[in-house]
Design a binder for this molecule. Sequence first.
Ligand SMILES: Cc1cc2nc3c(=O)[nH]c(=O)nc-3n(C[C@H](O)[C@H](O)[C@H](O)COP(=O)(O)OP(=O)(O)OC[C@H]3O[C@@H](n4cnc5c(N)ncnc54)[C@H](O)[C@@H]3O)c2cc1C
Length: 337
Amino acid sequence: MNVIIIGSGMAGLTAAAALAKAGHQVSIFEQYPQPGGVTAPYEKEGYRWDLGQLLIEDLGPDEPLGAILAELGVLDKIRVKVDDRRYVFPDFEINKPEKVAGLRWRIDYLKGQFPGDAAGLERYWKDYLRFTSVMIIARRMVKARGIAALYWKARLFLKLLPLLPKKDWSAKRLMDDYFKSEKLKCVFTSILADFFTPPSQFIGLGIFALNPEASFDKRLPRQLAKDTEQLYYYSILGGIHTLVKALVETILAHGGQVYTSRPVAKIILQNGRVSGVVDQSGKQVPAEIVVASASAPTPNTTPLEASLPSWVPGGCLTRRPFEGCGLWGRKAKAAVG
Ligand SMILES: Cc1cc2nc3c(=O)[nH]c(=O)nc-3n(C[C@H](O)[C@H](O)[C@H](O)COP(=O)(O)OP(=O)(O)OC[C@H]3O[C@@H](n4cnc5c(N)ncnc54)[C@H](O)[C@@H]3O)c2cc1C
């Protein structure tokens, strides 16, 4: 099928590579002169900087993101390395110990720094283990078939149960529930600055995913508890633009096109079906499927329709927080997710 993808960020590039590899005729329309969206590097006077993406979750070949890139034939074109981070606040730091000091070293260190919040840190730790377990069981469920899939589904539900009351909490509410110290709350939420999102607007349970213990000490053993493995963060050596380049090459190798400096002005709907796009020069380009990945609107508080770029026809989308959007030409209504 003839597919137009609006936007060449990670979402657009991955969708394009998958569709081109599956035999579809794919064209990406990107408004800026270079592909990559927020992963396009900033270049000046012969130097190149990534704008922020430093640690990427799950990039190992047996992990979800890595598996997708491996399937696309892209993973072996980039160099990835498990990495960890340190935190430096004005008056204290979190540095991994010189020698591996056990799975709970960070929680125990924080208990020493914030003794008034020791009980809250224990509650955080219990929920962190539960959440990580849910993530790992979910991975096994996706890979399993038949009875095994049902087994993992039941396990997932049981693990999830104690977390369900908190599923709609914001990160602020979660932190307020565990801790009294504002500084300690910052230890877990400061990373949200990356998302330009205040804790009051970020999904609470997402805090566990953004603070996996192995991302503070990559030497920790993989096994965290029964059925619970560490979640790892990776760096891409040479910068994230090497991933952009590898994806673009894959798209081109499968006959796709990447048009830069070509903004889409409008998506055309005919009788409730997508039939193509209009670019900024006014040219109509037909397509059976249009995938709109571009410029995710402000996260989960703003209703999508209110914050959509003007090129998306109104009244055709619903949205859940942090999901991309796609407009599928074959369906009468746009699909989201
Ligand atoms: C500072 C910072 C730090 C981050 N750190 C991390 C990290 O450490 N780890 C991690 O996993 N993630 C990180 N992220 C998040 C991650 O980089 C983004 O979630 C992801 O790259 C977004 O990809 P996207 O394709 O959804 O959107 P974008 O990259 O925004 O791509 C959208 C594209 O659509 C194009 N577009 C928009 N409108 C049009 C139009 N009308 N016509 C044509 N093109 C259009 C835009 O120009 C853009 O290229 C970070 C993000 C930022 C900003």
